[in-house]
Design a protein around this ligand. Structure first.
Ligand SMILES: C[S@@+](CC[C@H](N)C(=O)[O-])C[C@H]1O[C@@H](n2cnc3c(N)ncnc32)[C@H](O)[C@@H]1O
Length: 309
């Protein structure tokens, strides 16, 4: 017997290693500043040879999943194995979600299915959205993961924004009824590729302390705002202002000095060009990308971005 799209009976076993024809794991959340569109440019700048891969601002992990695909049609050449990867983000709930998907994907799917069913059977879903949002995630890892994914799929534009108390406060999305909330196949693929990945939460600088000569670090920080009204720093309750941007630049300089390979992305604004001046040893390439998340629809046009090596 089947209940609303979920197989009954024994738990579905984990997928095996990806084969050439398998579908690759994709980001399981839509994240502000997601790098899917920049992947071709980023792939070209991945060093041909490196030790450990570090991603200190992982967010939705577009680059991470690309790096982890093993010989799939969608990716470039085979890249890294999970045991040589460390990811980090200061958003504790997001990192808890990565952990839960890694160790208990079936528990996450079960809870997310329940939320999806409840949401879909209620008129418009709005009441369910606000009840879940305001109840909070509780303290069980699988429930936290289901909470984060559910809110990401049903809130306005997939934004993650918290109030001063650190509580999620994005309103309900008007077209949320059209999205798949629980993509269980992708969640299992994500769990599969995340096995052995090391996961931490906290500040970017601490997270790369152990990076060694020959390692590769990709930094995708909250961008310097293009205009005063864009608010790309409001991911967590700690702001990421000019002082953090300078601290990140200095961290990149320190890593380069000890032989670590570094790639960064940021907005193409004068402040960033000044920070990563060629005289400091950086190379800045302008690339164009359509920023997919902006609370003002008329500001969603192409914006300049740079990749720094
Ligand atoms: C531009 S987003 C990364 C997007 C990601 N590359 C993707 O494809 O979805 C920046 C991330 O940095 C995180 N963040 C903000 N301040 C941080 C800090 N001080 N240390 C580590 N992560 C931080 C945010 O939570 C957010 O997920």
């Amino acid at each position: 017997m089947y209940e609303a799209g979920r197989p009954a009976g024994p738990r579905v076993p984990k997928l095996g290693p990806l084969g050439a024809l398998d579908v690759p794991a994709r980001p399981f959340v839509k994240w502000a500043g997601g790098k899917t569109q920049l992947l071709p440019e980023l792939r070209r700048r991945v060093p041909s040879d490196f030790g450990h891969y570090w991603e200190p601002f992982v967010g939705g992990g577009a680059m991470l999943f690309d790096m982890l695909q093993q010989g799939t049609a969608d990716s470039g050449s085979a890249r890294v194995h999970g045991s040589s990867v460390t990811i980090n983000d200061s958003n504790k709930w997001l990192i808890e979600t990565y952990r839960a998907i890694c160790v208990d994907v079936e528990g996450v799917i079960e809870r997310l299915h329940d939320l999806q069913n409840e949401y879909r059977t209620s008129k418009g879903g709005e009441k369910v959205f606000y009840r879940v949002r305001d109840l909070g995630p509780g303290d069980k890892p699988a429930a936290i993961a289901a909470y984060v994914i559910f809110l990401n799929k049903t809130c306005f534009n997939g934004l993650w924004r918290v109030n001063r108390k650190g509580l999620f406060n994005v309103p309900h999305g008007k077209r949320a009824g059209q999205v798949t909330i629980c993509d269980e196949d992708n969640l299992r693929r994500v769990s599969n590729v995340l096995q052995h990945v090391q996961v931490s939460t906290g500040d970017f600088e601490l997270s790369v302390r152990a990076a060694a000569p020959g390692d590769f670090v990709y930094f995708d920080p909250p961008y310097v705002p293009v205009s005063a009204s864009s608010d790309f720093t409001a991911y967590t309750k700690e702001p990421f202002g000019p002082a953090e941007q300078i601290r990140l630049r200095d961290c990149a300089i320190a890593l380069l000095a000890r032989g670590v390979k570094v790639v960064l992305s940021n907005a193409d604004v004068p402040f960033v060009r000044e920070l990563y001046k060629p005289s400091l040893g950086f190379k800045i390439d302008k690339v164009s990308a359509v920023r997919s998340i902006n609370s003002k629809a008329d500001r969603r046009g192409p914006v300049g971005e740079v990749i720094i090596t």
